[in-house]
Design a protein around this ligand. Structure first.
Ligand code: PLP
Length: 356
């Protein structure tokens, strides 16, 4: 191995939660990966230490101007005891792009993946094995220079924390109700829409809260200029099947280039289903829902993998999609992706990476 990270083991290991009590992002493992960056010195001192709180100066840059990025991926334990990551090289590539947009120093892509592997290995016995569970991996970088001026920080901290998580939907795939947001905007051209940074999320909370108050689980974002074209669903990418064509928004700077999105596109191509990356207006979606040609709608993302949509509300008009049932394309994509991720289906796409 090119990288060798020292490990300081915890002296007080935590009790692991029962597999059927796992939620999302509430429980963390015994260790974390930490690495520092200093201007002139680069990324250095990658290490694995006991999980615990940080001590930061109140003037630390990230608290004031949100110079920060994050990633998300999962580790699964296969039935024969192997540990699989799903396309971690893609998270490394996306990190490089996000870092560039936020003036965070570049991190070697191999270093990024090796850091994840190393900490997952140390906490391997935290990976739950029950159906639908996994170990959620959260790499992130914060600007940690204590300085209140507005400029890129001269120092950073990269960390990887791990959280055992339960199935996203306790009772299996369940179609969600989506509110089409027509007032707030998530991203505009030239903004940070394609970067995975906390600021995007802070700006989206208001819309999410208001949609939840109306009884909706997620938001469908429209483009920031005309509020006309569909973009993303909450923290996932959106797919629409109209007649025999599956459509998703193109990567033009305002949507997050999801790794699940990329995988869905590749699988649809392989299965011979027509997939288009093109602009799609909300009117076209509404019409298709009305005349019955909107056969399926679903979201893709690491957390839920594939999440079918059963109802859409746009400008006080509600459309029910596929009778609030999961469509065959969404179900098949879920089964294939989840099957590959967990090692139950042979990975002929070369997507899984074993942690040894
Ligand atoms: C992370 C994220 C996604 C999904 O990306 P995956 O790599 O598939 O998990 C989609 N949209 C937003 C806004 C995201 O932050």
């Amino acid at each position: 191995m090119k990288y060798d990270f020292p490990v300081t083991k915890t002296t007080s290991p935590k009790t692991k939660p029962a597999a059927d009590s796992l939620k999302f992002g509430t429980c963390f493992t015994d260790h974390m990966f930490v690495m520092d960056y200093q201007e002139g010195k680069g990324w250095h001192d990658g290490r694995i230490v006991p999980y615990g709180p940080l001590s930061l100066d109140p003037a630390t840059a990230v608290f004031h101007y949100a110079q920060e990025m994050f990633e998300g991926l999962k580790a699964y334990k296969t039935s024969d005891g192997r540990i699989l990551l799903f396309r971690p090289d893609m998270n490394a590539k996306r990190t490089a792009k996000t870092n560039d947009r936020l003036c965070i120093p570049h991190m070697d892509e191999e270093l990024f993946v090796e850091a994840i592997k190393a900490v997952v290995k140390v906490d391997a016995d935290w990976i739950p094995e029950k159906e639908g569970t996994s170990l959620y991996i959260r790499p992130f970088i914060i600007a940690d220079e204590a300085f209140l001026g507005v400029r890129p920080s001269k120092s950073y901290r990269f960390m990887v924390i791990l959280s055992p998580v339960g199935p996203y939907y306790a009772g299996g795939l369940k179609p969600t109700k989506i509110y089409v947001e027509d007032r707030y905007v998530r991203a505009a051209h030239g903004g940070t829409g394609e970067a995975k940074c906390g600021g995007n999320y802070a700006a989206s909370l208001k819309a999410q809260v208001e949609a939840a108050e109306k009884g909706y689980e997620q938001i469908l974002w429209l483009d920031g200029v005309e509020k006309k074209y569909v973009e993303e669903i909450g923290t996932s990418n959106a797919f629409f099947m109209i007649n025999d064509e599956v459509i998703t928004a193109p990567l033009k700077g305002t949507i997050l280039p999801g790794i699940t999105r990329d995988s869905v596109i590749a699988l649809l191509k392989k299965k011979g289903i027509k997939i288009s990356e093109r602009r799609l207006s909300i009117e076209e979606v509404s019409e298709a829902a009305e005349n019955g040609t909107l056969r399926e709608m679903f979201a893709s993302g690491t957390a839920a993998v594939i999440s079918p949509v059963g109802e859409l509300s746009y400008m006080n008009k509600k459309s029910v999609i596929n009778d609030m049932q999961i469509g065959p394309v969404a179900q098949d994509l879920y089964d294939t992706l989840y099957g590959i991720q967990t090692g139950r289906i042979k990975d002929d796409m070369g997507w899984t990476v074993e942690v040894k």
